[in-house]
Design a protein around this ligand. Structure first.
Ligand code: HEC
Ligand code: HEC
Length: 143
């Protein structure tokens, strides 16, 4: 019964023109996953410069390569430079106090808060990657 219902929905959908081949806009374009795609040139890292932030709360972009710095369940090599006391040795900017506040209790902690452990959830290396799809996004100070 359920299958019949699903099949009729599909048929009606097809008649109405749903599921017509839409051009996918991701990096793969419209190349199906079981076919080999052209090699995408790696984007040029933009190192050593600070790019303009697009809104006040934007996590700053990373102005250096990160491939060598592991983040897993036990280790976080980013903290070797971006947390006290190492930041004083390396003269790097430390992760801010907001990163040391436990989200549930609101307590300040000496260890990075669990929700901030995976740095690359929010911070990404800056590159000259083109926009994947055309869009009208503009910095909030330019609107
Ligand atoms: C060997 C030391 C080192 C390691 C390890 C390191 N960084 Fe950095 N990072 C730097 C330096 C140097 C800068 C340049 C700015 C500064 O003086 O801190 C920087 C800048 C940054 C900034 C920009 C800060 C701002 O205010 O604009 C972010 C974000 C950042 N790193 C994130 C990371 C993340 C995430 C990792 C791990 C994947 C990482 N870094 C690993 C040394 C390091
Ligand atoms: C949930 C998102 C999120 C995660 C995860 C996160 N950050 Fe951030 N980070 C931010 C935001 C937002 C800011 C800017 C606002 C602020 O200071 O809180 C920031 C700011 C920073 C800065 C700039 C400080 C300054 O004074 O300019 C550094 C360095 C940084 N983070 C490092 C890290 C490192 C290292 C990790 C991983 C251990 C990490 N962040 C994880 C969101 C995040």
């Amino acid at each position: 019964m359920k299958t019949k219902f699903l099949i009729s929905i599909l048929l009606v959908g097809t008649l109405l023109g749903f599921g017509q081949s839409e051009v996918l806009q991701g990096l793969r374009g419209d190349v199906p996953v079981d076919e080999e795609n052209i090699v995408v040139e790696p984007y040029q890292m933009q190192e050593g410069i600070t790019l303009h932030k697009n809104y006040r709360q934007q996590p700053p972009l990373i102005p250096h390569k990160i491939e060598k710095y592991q983040i897993n369940l036990k280790a976080n090599q980013c903290l070797r430079c971006h947390s006290w006391p190492y930041n004083s040795d390396f003269k790097t900017v430390a992760a801010p106090e907001s990163h040391f506040i436990d989200a549930q209790s609101g307590h300040r902690t000496d260890n990075i808060a669990a929700g901030r452990w995976f740095c690359t959830q929010c911070h990404v290396p800056q590159s000259n990657a083109p926009e994947l799809i055309d869009n009208t996004f503009s910095s909030s100070d330019k609107q």
